[in-house]
Every structure is written in structure tokens, then in C-alpha cells.
Design a protein around this ligand. Structure first.
Ligand code: GTP
Ligand code: MG
Length: 423
């Protein structure tokens, strides 16, 4: 199934509920007037677009209707698609330009964080990238196991510690390991629930600080995962999380199970946080990059336009697949990491090992030299002790009360005897 078809399928509920109503309403009008815009605004609010955003959309529509001299209500649909596309555009690309880059995934429990990480990792590995996952949801042992399964499925490395350990320490380990192994991307899973919200936000802020300290010049994405079925509540969650960690983007999951897909617009417009990915199902390829035009088209375009878009996409995909891989249309396309990349990774690992061995040798040498210096210092002390002893003997032995002068030897006795006898 093509990319657009997936979105179309995933947004079906929202489309039917939101656009189905809008379409019916528009057909009941013969001219464009205030009443039409009021009804449209109401329907948008019902589709979880949010009051503020619905109003903004209608204001923009009014302006364009006037500018373009539009009188036919059926034209509103096209305008709506245009306005929504423009509203959603901007900032949806993932910034993973450095090696390594890091993606911190946050969000309340059950929204789909771990699943999203698994899907993202699979996508990156398929592109030939090396991925390190950090199991920083240490609140439950099951969370670590779940991520392990995804790591195995996706072909990613996993860094984990025991349940209950410090999540920031897991992230620290993952960063060190990724640097040593030459990973391209680190993806960190986090807990969605702790004993209380304050703890959770504190924990996320700490992880964030560790990342900034350990990877000050790296690309960093903080993706907040939101469950589309929660509708307007997703907007509130964004507000809460963004104080703990500067959110760079949203992953909106479970669009396939809800009619509340309009919330995408509210998030972008009210909070100015771009949606970067959408989840339209539980399968590994059900996570799709967010493309504003496709989203708006899947919601508002008429059936004929949608069919056409889907067909064009299938044709384009078959062409590129055949050109790139020489395979037949419909064949599963899977690009493992090229031999080159693995050779590079191995060479890096080898260099790392060598550097480590050299460090160890240098350390051993230092220790030897230190031991030698200690021995020499001890000999020097011993020599001085002897000197002091002999000087004391010459002056008056009984004035020397130090511990070392108490262990008198036979030689001392001889010397004492001679001195007493006045020799
Ligand atoms: N239908 C549908 N289900 C999804 C989607 N994304 C995730 N899920 C399901 O949502 C459920 C919870 O997903 P998880 O990835 O475990 O969520 P989480 O945020 O890691 O949860 P905690 O670790 O408990 O905080 C799983 O059953 C997923 O299969 C989606 O896009 N569509
Ligand atoms: Mg999880």
C-alpha cells in the first residue's frame, strides 16, 4: 500500500466524521454567507480542531473568498484544503544531520512511545543507518523487555540497565556506546508514568541535561508522542511536557482509531509545534512522515481527487522502485546496510580498540614509573634516617628519642661500651 493510501485509510474516521459533515453542510447552501462560515466553524470545533484554530481558518477563508471573488459554496472545499495545507506546513523534517544524532521520545503512558521507537528504528536501519536504542524507561521491567523485542526486530543495538536504575545513566551509557560503535542515531525511550508527575518531569529534564552535556554539538530531537484519540487533551499534554524538555516535534499516533484527527491543526496553530510523524496503525510501516498536503487532501479533497492522488503515487513509486533496484513493481523493497558502511563501522571499532589498548599501556607505564619513584624516595628516606642515627650517636645517643633510634644493634652496643670506657 502506498504512502498516501495509508494516510487515507488511517484518516478515514476523521474524514468521514469531519468532512462528511462539512460536505453535507456545504451542499445545503446556495450562496456563501456568514451563516455558512458559522456552521463551518462549529463543525471544525466538533472535529477537535479547537476553537481558536477553527476561527482562524474561517477568517482566512473569508479573506480568500473575497479576494478570489468566489460565490459557489462547493469551492470552499478546495480553499479549505489549501488553507489547512499552508497552516500545517513547516518544520516537519527530522533533524538528524550529525553522527551521532539523538532522538528523545517522551509522552504519557500508553500513547505509543515504544512502538514509535521500534518503527522509527526499523526505518533508519532500512536506510542503512546504525541505530542505538536507550531503554530509559526503567520504571517497569516489562518496558525494557518490550524495547528489546523492538530492537531485535528492527536490527538496532540496545543499551539497558536494570529496572529502577537511573534513566539518565542509561542515556549516558547509550551515548558513550553510540560514539564508540559509530552509531548514526540514538533513540531514547522514556517512562510515561512515575509515582507522580513532578518526578516524571524532573527525570525528563535530567535526561535532557545529560544529552546537552554529552552531545553539545549534535542534532537533537525531542519528540512528544500524543494519542490522537485523546483529542483536545493532547494540546494540554503538549503544554505540560514542553516545560520539562524543549519539544521539537510531535508524533501523533492512533489516527486510525479516531475521528479526532483535526487536533493536528490545533497543536500546530495554538502551540506552534510541528507534527513530524503520524501513526496510522500498529504495523511496522504504519508510522508515516507527516506531509501537510497529503494530510489536508486526505481530509478534505473529494473522492475523485483522492483516487487520482493514490493512483499517481502508486505509478511514481513503481517507477522509482524499478529504477533504483531493478526489481519488479510490488516486490518488497529492503535495503540492508551496504558493505561499505559496515566496513567503516568495523574500522572505527578497531581504531577505538587500538586507542583503548594504547591508553592501557600508557597507564601501565605510568604506574611502573610511580612505583619506581616511590621506591627511590623510600631508599632516600632510609639513607637519611641512617645519617640522622649516626649523627645522634655521635652527639649523645640518649637525647635521640625517636622510634628508629630505639632499636639499637650490637654495633651500637659496642660503640657505647667503648665510649663509657673512655676509649
Ligand atoms: N491503532 C494504533 N495503535 C497504536 C499506534 N501506535 C501505538 N499503538 C498501540 O498502542 C499501545 C501502546 O503502545 P506503547 O508503544 O507500548 O506505548 P508507550 O507510550 O510506550 O506506553 P508506556 O511504555 O506504558 O508509557 C500498543 O498496543 C500499540 O500497539 C497507532 O498508530 N495505531
Ligand atoms: Mg513504552
Amino acid at each position: 500500500m502506498g504512502f498516501f493510501e495509508k494516510i487515507k485509510e488511517g484518516l478515514k474516521k476523521t474524514r468521514d466524521a469531519l468532512f462528511g459533515r462539512i460536505d453535507k453542510m456545504l451542499k445545503s447552501f446556495t450562496k456563501i454567507d456568514d451563516e455558512l462560515f458559522e456552521e463551518l466553524e462549529e463543525l471544525l470545533v466538533m472535529g477537535d480542531v479547537g476553537m481558536y484554530t477553527a476561527e482562524k481558518i474561517c477568517d482566512e477563508l473569508r479573506k480568500r473568498v473575497k479576494e478570489e471573488g468566489i460565490t459557489d459554496p462547493s469551492e470552499i472545499r478546495r480553499l479549505l484544503e489549501e488553507v489547512v495545507t499552508e497552516m500545517l506546513a513547516g518544520g516537519q523534517e527530522l533533524d538528524i544531520s550529525t553522527k551521532p544524532s539523538i532522538i528523545l521520545v517522551i509522552g504519557v503512558n500508553g500513547v505509543g512511545k515504544t512502538t514509535t521507537i521500534g518503527k522509527l528504528a526499523a526505518k533508519f536501519v532500512r536506510e542503512g543507518k546504525r541505530v542505538t536504542m536507550a531503554a530509559a524507561d526503567t520504571f517497569r521491567a516489562a518496558a525494557i523487555e518490550q524495547l528489546q523485542i523492538w530492537a531485535e526486530r528492527a536490527g538496532a543495538d540496545l543499551i539497558k540497565q536494570n529496572e529502577g536504575s537511573d534513566p539518565a545513566a542509561v542515556v549516558f551509557d547509550a551515548i558513550s556506546s553510540a560514539k564508540a560503535r559509530g552509531s548514526d542515531i540514538i533513540i531514547a525511550d522514556t517512562a510515561g508514568r512515575l509515582h507522580n508527575k513532578k518526578n516524571l518531569m524532573g527525570e525528563l529534564a535530567k535526561i535532557n541535561r545529560i544529552i546537552d552535556r554529552e552531545l553539545p554539538d549534535s542534532s537533537k530531537e525531542v519528540l512528544l508522542v500524543l494519542d490522537a484519540t485523546t483529542g483536545q487533551n493532547a494540546v494540554n499534554q503538549t503544554k505540560e511536557f514542553r516545560t520539562a524538555a524543549g519539544i521539537t516535534g510531535i508524533v501523533l499516533t492512533k489516527l486510525d482509531g479516531t475521528a479526532k484527527g483535526g487536533v493536528v491543526l490545533a497543536i500546530k496553530e495554538e502551540l506552534d509545534v510541528p507534527v513530524k510523524y503520524i501513526g496510522v496503525g500498529e504495523q511496522i510501516d504504519d508510522l508515516q512522515p507527516f506531509v501537510p498536503e497529503d494530510f489536508a487532501r486526505a481530509l478534505f479533497a473529494d473522492e475523485a481527487a483522492i483516487e487520482e492522488a493514490a493512483k499517481a503515487e502508486t505509478a511514481a513509486k513503481e517507477e522509482t522502485t524499478a529504477a533504483e533496484t531493478g526489481s519488479q513493481p510490488g516486490e518488497e523493497e529492503y535495503r540492508p546496510a551496504t558493505a561499505d558502511i559496515w566496513a567503516q563501522i568495523d574500522a572505527q571499532a578497531e581504531a577505538e580498540k587500538q586507542a583503548l589498548a594504547e591508553d592501557e599501556e600508557a597507564q601501565r607505564q605510568r604506574e611502573l614509573e610511580e612505583a619506581k619513584a616511590r621506591e627511590e624516595a623510600e631508599q632516600e628516606r632510609q639513607r637519611k634516617r641512617e645519617e640522622r642515627k649516626s649523627r645522634a650517636k655521635k652527639r649523645n645517643w640518649s637525647t635521640d628519642t625517636s622510634a628508629e633510634s630505639n632499636n639499637t644493634s650490637e654495633e651500637d652496643d659496642d660503640w657505647l661500651k667503648a665510649w663509657r670506657e673512655g676509649k
